[in-house]
Design a protein around this ligand. Structure first.
Ligand SMILES: [Zn+2]
Length: 307
């Protein structure tokens, strides 16, 4: 439907705590377009077998509709073993997910070639190919939300290193700082993630924190400043090692726009002394809440279709 015959189709699914977002990409290596995005709520059981079946059903329905040569990428809010396609850490899902053969199960159910990717790495890939970091050779991308996820583009390619490369949010920025979900202390995420922001501001939602700060609430302002300083320190550290020319900031906290971006730029400049500040551009993400699904689709099609 709406797709000229023979064009490769890349499906991307982005697994979140309460929904599965999807994106359909169409095109070849020279030109890729986002054909459709959408969302399915996860209602009821969230065990691995049930949700895995749901992932397969969504992919199969889209494949039937769009046809052609179809690949599938799945973005996960956690970590997995790349070789076996088995999740190793999914903090927001029941424990039975760890060790579940997710990639193989979805592959079996759909008959598609399936690739898994961390959701923040998928966000980075999408912003690098089709969004705010388009054309940049080196970029550091950060998702500011419940967690602080990240992804790094080096020489035009998403960087994985030995597997988990790009975890900008798990750099230590306070040596004896608060404990982090990863087991370390003083990570950017432990200080700048939304749980820390809400606790510091004494508010129930991120939106309330930023509204209170705009009205002059000192506690909210201090909590925001603390978060921003931690993120800036992390970005400054990453810059010192990688010298990327573009930073991309996305996620729920970044939705506050200039209330985050302006002080973050300022704080980052105060920490960057190795290169002129003008050589670096800090930009808001462009692809919105479906960036993860788009990136998963791009990754799923890697080396097969699209690119
Ligand atoms: Zn951590």
């Amino acid at each position: 439907m709406g797709v000229s015959s023979g064009e490769p189709v890349g499906l991307g699914l982005d697994l979140g705590g309460s929904s599965i977002k999807y994106a359909v990409l169409v095109g070849d290596g020279a030109e890729v377009r986002i054909e459709r995005t959408g969302l399915h709520e996860i209602v009821g059981a969230r065990d691995a077998a049930t949700v895995s079946r749901m992932l397969g059903e969504i992919a199969s329905e889209l494949a039937t509709e769009f046809g052609g040569s179809v690949t599938l990428g799945i973005g996960l809010p956690g970590l997995f073993d790349a070789e076996s396609g088995v999740p190793t850490l999914l903090p927001n899902f029941p424990p039975d997910w760890v060790g579940y053969p997710l990639r193989d199960q979805v592959q079996l159910a759909t008959g598609m070639s399936v690739q898994l990717i961390n959701d923040a790495r998928a966000f980075a890939l999408a912003e690098a190919r089709l969004g705010a970091a388009r054309g940049a050779r080196n970029a550091i991308c950060v998702v500011l939300g419940t967690g602080v996820g990240g992804g790094v583009i080096l020489n035009g390619e998403l960087w994985f290193g030995a597997g988990t490369g790009g975890e900008v949010g798990h750099q230590t920025v306070e040596l004896d700082g608060p404990p982090c979900g990863c087991g370390n202390r003083g990570c950017v995420e432990a200080i700048a993630g939304s749980a820390a922001l809400l606790a510091g501001a004494g508010r129930a939602t991120v939106r309330e924190v930023f509204e209170a700060a705009r009205r002059g609430d000192a506690q909210a302002q201090a909590a925001i400043t603390r978060s921003i300083r931690a993120v800036a320190a992390g970005l400054g550290n990453a810059y010192a090692v990688l010298a990327a020319e573009v930073f991309v900031i996305g996620g729920g906290i970044a939705d506050a726009g200039d209330q985050v971006l302006v002080p973050l730029r300022e704080e980052l400049r105060s920490r960057m002394h190795l290169a002129p500040a003008e050589t670096v551009s800090l930009r808001p993400a462009e692809l919105g809440r479906f960036a993860g699904a788009v990136g998963a689709a791009l990754f799923g099609a890697r080396g097969v279709a699209l690119h």
